[in-house]
Structure formats: C-alpha cells, structure tokens
Design a binder for this molecule. Structure first.
Ligand SMILES: [Zn+2]
Length: 64
C-alpha cells in the first residue's frame, strides 16, 4: 500500500466508513461511542462500522 504522510487510502476510507459524530448529552450516542471505542481496541471492523452507523442514524434524544 502506498503511503503518503503516513495516511493510507485505507485510513481515508475508514475515516469515511466509520465517521461518527456523537452528540453530547445523547445517551444513545454515548453508548454507541463506547461500543465504537471498544471495537477499535478489539480491532473489530464490523462492530466499529455498526456502532458508527448507529450514531449516524441516531435521532439524538427523540427516541429512548
Ligand atoms: Zn444520538
């Protein structure tokens, strides 16, 4: 894999796939962010994507 400035194409793809913007004060976001962090530590890409997706699709307090 070509490297430029230490950032691989995979890194950039990951940044998009796993983009998540948890909202402060949203319990669902907080819970999913914990899952996401755990998935990162575990190297579990599927769980990481699932958690990031859950944050993106979160209604931010309109639900639970
Ligand atoms: Zn939320």
């Amino acid at each position: 894999m070509m490297r430029r400035g230490g950032v691989t194409a995979e890194d950039l793809l990951d940044a998009w796939l796993y983009e998540a913007d948890p909202v402060a004060g949203c319990r669902n976001c907080a819970a999913e962010k914990r899952k996401l962090d755990q998935a990162v530590e575990a190297g579990d890409r599927r769980a990481r994507f699932a958690a990031a997706q859950a944050i993106r699709q979160c209604g931010h307090g309109t639900g639970a």
